[in-house]
Design a protein around this ligand. Structure first.
Ligand SMILES: *Cc1c(COP(=O)(O)O)cnc(C)c1O
Length: 410
């Protein structure tokens, strides 16, 4: 998205409405304050035996314990990573390695996973794995019965995300995990969008591995964790020291890890309150934007992340919509954050059945507790104006209005 020309249009000092919290979130004050001492006076290496080192080791242990507590895990089941992508990679390579030892080389997943999962699966295909990608329904749900039907005697892993990063659909993870357990197959879930936003407890869900990332719940970027159930040994991703029980060498990023723990504790304590408030704001936003003619909500209406709004508007380009909204001080997203530079529409929108031309006209707005009702009203006022403007200069819209083309969205 970055272009110097677009940046010139942003006047400094203008108030900005940030509604792209699925891409990343603002660091919370609590997290920042927890981090500061570990970037100043407490800078020791946790592997050192002296006092400075042991201070850092204690901070590392406490952060691991706090994160474990927030997701209902044991402290020994939490492995730190550089974020959600690494956690996903680690989970899939771990299951692949275990599978290979038993001659099991089949993996079940679905078509709307994050690229951190989908691209790792591609890599595993090159390593000789067979991958079944399940279809999702029109709201983005994976059917647990489809998982049951796809599992084979040689299935090494099932991996299905807890909540989708584009359309916000919250999957029936408990049911899917139960099917996997019944069939004795490892189950991983990418919970990067869920942790800190909706209650996540690894034992209640029944998953064997679970990925999370700090910067999606107001923690710092570049840090995350993988939960790995006791009895499963993660594969070695980085050779080196004895850090992370020898599974990931390298001196730990103590400030970031401490910040992640503080952010998750804060988010978990406020999960009910923030969830209820965000759900209200989200529903108001959906209601307001649905008044735009020929628009449609993407994803589930009910089982949906509290802050996620994703809609398609017929006859416009999502990228143009984004740029104009940006000029008006509203930060949103079109499909996933990685689509810039590619002409392909979102794989998620295609998977829920949106035709190409409609999928191109999508807008994702993701709210956080830092957004206000006033901001929501500003968005509700601004988006229809921009959509109108773009439709008026769109030849496709002209054709639709003159009946030379049929509306896909009624
Ligand atoms: C953001 C995200 C990731 C990647 O996390 P990073 O910390 O950016 O590596 C993976 N999966 C989902 C669902 C995400 O939303």
């Amino acid at each position: 998205m970055y272009s110097p020309e677009a940046m010139i249009l942003l006047k400094s000092g203008d108030r900005m409405i940030y509604a792209d919290n699925a891409a990343t979130t603002k660091l919370s004050r609590t997290a920042l304050e927890a981090m500061l001492p570990f970037m100043e006076e407490s800078f020791g290496n946790p592997s050192s035996l002296h006092t400075a080192g042991q201070e850092a080791a204690a901070a590392l242990f406490n952060a691991r314990k706090d994160i474990a507590d927030c997701i209902g895990a044991d402290v020994k089941e939490v492995y730190f990573t550089s974020g959600g992508s690494e956690a996903d990679n680690q989970a899939l390579f771990t299951a692949a390695e275990l599978g290979e030892r038993k001659g099991k080389k089949h993996i079940v997943s679905d078509k709307i996973e994050h690229h951190a999962v989908l691209h790792t699966l591609k890599k595993l295909e090159k390593r000789g794995f067979e991958v079944t990608l399940l279809d999702v329904d029109g709201e983005g749900f994976v059917n647990p019965e489809d998982v049951r039907a796809a599992i084979r005697p040689d299935t090494a892993l099932v991996t299905v995300m807890t909540a989708n990063n584009e359309i916000g659909t919250v999957m029936p993870i408990k049911e899917i995990a139960a099917v996997c357990r019944e069939r004795g197959v490892l189950f991983h879930t990418d919970a990067v969008q869920a942790v800190g936003h909706i209650p996540v407890d690894v034992n209640e869900l029944g998953c064997d591995m679970l990925s999370l990332a700090a910067h999606k719940f107001h923690g710092p970027k570049g840090t995350g964790a993988l939960y790995v159930r006791k009895g499963i040994t993660p594969s070695v991703l980085i050779e080196g020291g004895a850090q992370e029980r020898g599974r990931r060498g390298g001196t730990e990023n103590i400030p970031a890890i401490v910040g992640m723990a503080a952010a998750l504790k804060e988010a978990t304590a406020a999960i009910e309150k923030n969830g209820a408030e965000l759900t209200k704001m989200r529903n108001r936003l959906i209601e307001g934007l649905s008044k735009i003619p020929h628009s449609v909500l993407n994803g589930a209406a009910e089982k949906r992340l509290p802050g996620n709004v994703n809609m398609c508007f017929e006859g416009i380009e999502g990228e143009s919509l984004l740029l104009l909204l940006d000029i008006k001080g509203i930060c949103g997203s079109s499909g996933s954050a990685c689509t810039s530079g590619s002409l392909d529409p979102s794989h998620v929108l295609l998977a829920i059945g949106r035709p190409h031309e409609v999928a191109h006209g999508s807008l994702r707005l993701t709210l956080s507790a830092y957004n206000t009702d006033e901001e929501v009203e500003t968005i509700i006022k601004t988006v229809p104006e921009v959509v109108d403007y773009l439709r008026n200069i769109s030849p496709v819209w002209q054709d639709l209005r003159e009946g030379k083309r049929k509306y896909v969205i009624q």
